[in-house]
Write a protein that binds this ligand. Structure first.
Ligand SMILES: C[S@@+](CC[C@H](N)C(=O)[O-])C[C@H]1O[C@@H](n2cnc3c(N)ncnc32)[C@H](O)[C@@H]1O
Length: 370
């Protein structure tokens, strides 16, 4: 990471101007040393670290570009990528919208570092910021940007985060129970497992994981931690599997999937942050500005659907024959229901399987969004 990037919530330190020029960390240096080929074998080396493009295939890329690009073709257009990740979507926008400037946010410093490397050719048009996306109003104020022309939310974790076993997102690999998207944040999944009451654990498993056996699992967690605190994912996976009756284990994928999803949402406060961020994003949109939200589970999608739908309704009573000027809806939906990937994309990119895409355009001038 370049020396410029620091804590997420310190406005003084938040900005990474343009693409950071990464200085190798000790870990990078080690990697580079072990991967460095001798000159004679340079062209045969296959051990180099995968590039961001290899680590995360952007989901529904062409469709997302088609939805947002019409708003980004004028000089000075501003696109916010609220979930920069490895910069796959952002790179496509920078390529196809040459007049647009990008503000890329991510709460994961490692994602920002990798995206910064990838987007270095566009350094003059990008500003990458270490922030949680509900900080958008402050980020825009700091950058003196009064309104934006497009914003993308590609929610959830990136393939890079899932693949790095030691970050603890994947239930199929034994790893420390971490699950923080921002490794500088204070609370890990282990902290939650070892400190929440059975009632609170059951609530998050039920609400965020839609887990039918939430109470059973929560009771077993509380009992098991009396012997030894939780540190690793394998022990939790095993406990969840044992807590779920055999007949129920045959459906719904890996038995621990819902518990891991719930913990991840709680660790990162994902739904509360999204509930705050979407209205803030709509309020920041310029006239004819567009928003795209890509969700990967029903809880996120419900929030996206309800927030966009609320802004497409007028605030006048249904029985008024005409809508008075100034009371027209703020938004027009650009998608009918939620769009899904094609069969072809599903076959090529399994990560796209659960995506739901919703998009809208701001059709009325500034004012408060309800
Ligand atoms: C699915 S990935 C985005 C992938 C990206 N579109 C690409 O093509 O490379 C989601 C990213 O959003 C980040 N993220 C998730 N929730 C966030 C939040 N509340 N604020 C900021 N970044 C967030 C994650 O750290 C992750 O890097």
């Amino acid at each position: 990471m370049s020396g410029e990037e620091r804590g997420a919530r310190d406005p003084e330190d938040r900005h990474v101007a343009g693409a950071p020029t990464p200085e190798p960390t000790p870990a990078d240096t080690d990697q580079a040393t072990s991967a460095a080929p001798t000159p004679a074998h340079a062209d045969q080396d296959t051990s180099a670290a995968p590039t961001p493009a290899e680590r995360h295939v952007p989901v529904m890329l062409d469709r997302v570009v088609a939805l947002l690009a019409p708003a980004l073709q004028h000089p000075g257009a501003v696109l916010v990528d609220a979930t920069l990740g490895l910069g796959g979507h952002s790179e496509a926008f920078l390529r196809t919208c040459p007049q647009a400037r990008l503000v890329g946010l991510d709460r994961d410093p490692e994602a920002l570092r990798l995206a910064g490397e990838r987007l270095a050719p566009y350094a003059e048009r990008i500003t990458l910021v270490h922030a949680v996306y509900d900080e958008l109003p402050q980020v825009l104020a700091d950058l003196d940007i009064p309104a934006i022309d497009g914003i993308l939310f590609d929610l959830g974790v990136s393939s890079m985060q899932l693949d790095e076993a030691d970050r603890g997102f994947a239930y199929a690999q034994d790893a420390p129970l971490d699950m923080r998207m921002d490794s500088t944040a204070p609370t890990t999944a282990a902290d939650i497992l070892n400190s929440y009451s059975a009632a609170d654990l059951a609530r998050i498993l039920f609400q965020y994981g839609e887990e039918k056996f939430a109470r059973r699992i929560a009771d077993r967690i509380v009992k098991a931690r009396e012997t030894k605190p939780f540190t690793n994912s394998a022990r939790l996976s095993e406990l969840v599997r044992d807590a779920i009756p055999q007949a129920a284990r045959r459906t719904g994928g890996h038995p621990a999937k819902r518990t891991f999803q719930a913990l991840r949402i709680e660790v990162n406060g994902e739904l509360d942050v999204l509930r705050r961020a979407l209205p803030a994003a709509l309020a920041a949109l310029a006239l004819h500005g567009r928003i795209v939200v890509m969700s990967y589970h029903s809880l996120e999608d419900r929030i996206a659907k309800q927030t966009l739908a609320a802004a497409t309704k007028t605030d006048v009573p249904d029985d008024l024959p005409v809508i008075p000027a100034g009371h027209e809806p703020y938004l027009k939906l650009l998608t009918r229901g939620a769009e899904r990937p094609t069969e072809e994309e599903l076959a090529e990119n399994p990560r796209s399987a659960s995506v739901r895409v919703r998009a809208a355009e701001r059709v009325r001038e500034k004012g408060l969004v309800a």
